[in-house]
Design a protein around this ligand. Structure first.
Ligand code: TYM
Length: 365
């Protein structure tokens, strides 16, 4: 059992209060001593969150906040490895923070902060270079995919999972809720912890990945690839109803349905899969039957989905509008979160530096 510092949840006397969306059940429980397990997760700031982020991550995070000691991070230093225009990064961080708060992440229950506000993340990542084989990094699927886009591959793309391991282990997180695409990075985090512990003594836990089966990989509107901003196949969570419709109407459906009265197969249709998250049982049963009978067209089916998504996210849009009008409230949340995260990070780093012999003054006494 590794020692660790607990965040002072009591310092977060913030004016913001949020209502919570319902969500799926947490996948592990507090330990037998009654101490809450710690959960960490992160998201890259590429602007507003999209439906894949929401179903695969944010909705689950919201539901974990009462039962776990939660830390939610906007990982802006990971985002720089994707290139992009630096002048857009601050706005993207603000937009993602607003998405976090609008969907129900609660600064009174969890630490919410921006990675670059806590420099210990990059310090620990550097130290983890000492125990991470280059071969393991080169075997990462995301590295293989992303590196193909470059003639000269930036080292940041190779070392990306080391920074992710540092994010998680800096807080000695017990578990990390993520989508399926992060599974390999979580395995690497466990490897880094094992190798560090073997070389320098028991310091870090072997963090458990929490990947939900039904939402681990939400498909994009193209029906071909994971929903992802870079593929432009997403629905932004805070979009206005007409913008949700503009996206949903382009969604690919069962390719066998060419004419409106062709019988459809809901089980292969991504639009129907999304109905599972946003439409009630009666609506789904009705659409299922009518699609198979060829009595409802794909446009009608999409219209019902679009209306239900826009309704479900209505309260999020309202909270987001309020926060856009008062960005100082977001700053207050993130500043407070950074202070609380830093307190934990400093403790871990003191222990790590000591274990790695990075304390020359001890030679003098
Ligand atoms: P990122 O920013 O790509 O995605 C954030 C979270 O959303 C999930 N997700 C999805 N889940 C299901 N279906 C989808 N279509 C979908 N798209 C995104 C992701 O799995 C993730 O949980 N490397 C990470 C960020 C990161 C991190 C961390 C995560 C950095 N440090 C420490 C956890 C712990 C990433 O790029 O996620």
């Amino acid at each position: 059992m590794t020692a660790r510092c607990r965040p002072d949840q009591g310092t977060a006397k913030l004016a913001l209060r949020f209502h919570f969306a319902t969500t799926d059940l947490p996948m592990t429980s507090p330990d037998s001593s009654g101490t809450k397990k710690r959960i960490f997760s992160g998201m890259q700031p590429s602007g507003e969150a999209h439906l894949g982020n929401y179903l695969g991550a944010l909705r689950r995070w919201v539901g974990m906040q009462d039962d776990y000691d939660c830390i939610w991070c906007i990982v802006d230093q990971h985002a720089i490895t994707a290139g992009g225009d630096p002048s857009e990064t601050p706005g993207n961080v603000l937009d993602l923070a607003i998405s976090f708060l609008a969907v129900g992440l609660d600064p009174e229950k969890a630490i919410i902060f921006v990675q670059s506000d806590v420099p210990e993340h990059t310090e620990l990542a550097w130290l983890f270079n000492a125990v991470t084989p280059v071969g393991d990094l080169e075997r990462m699927t995301q590295f293989k995919d992303k590196s193909q886009r470059f003639d000269s591959i930036p080292a940041g793309i190779l070392n990306y999972p080391i920074l992710q391991a540092a994010d998680i282990l800096l807080y000695k997180a017990d578990a990390v809720p993520v989508g399926e695409d992060q599974k390999q990075h979580l395995e690497m985090t466990r490897d880094v912890a094992r190798k560090f512990n073997a070389a320098y003594g028991e310091t870090f836990p072997e963090t458990e990945p929490l990947i939900a089966k039904d939402v681990g990989r939400i498909m994009g509107l193209d029906g071909e690839a994971k929903m992802s901003k870079s593929l432009d196949n997403t629905i932004p969570v805070l979009a206005e109803p007409e913008d949700v419709w503009a996206k949903v109407r382009t969604a690919v459906t069962d390719p066998q349905r060419v004419r409106r009265d062709d019988p459809g197969r809901p089980e292969v249709c991504n639009v129907f899969t999304l109905h599972n998250f946003f439409s009630d049982d009666a609506t789904r049963a009705d659409i299922d039957a009518q699609c198979r009978a060829g009595t409802i067209g794909c446009v009608d089916c999409k219209r019902r989905l679009s209306d239900n998504i826009a309704d479900a996210f209505g309260p999020f849009r309202e909270r987001a509008a309020e926060l856009h009008a008062h960005p100082e409230r977001v700053r207050e949340v993130l500043d407070d979160g950074a202070a609380r995260a830093s307190a934990i990070a400093r403790e871990t780093m003191a222990e790590v530096r000591d274990r790695m012999g990075l304390d020359w003054r001890s030679a003098i006494g």
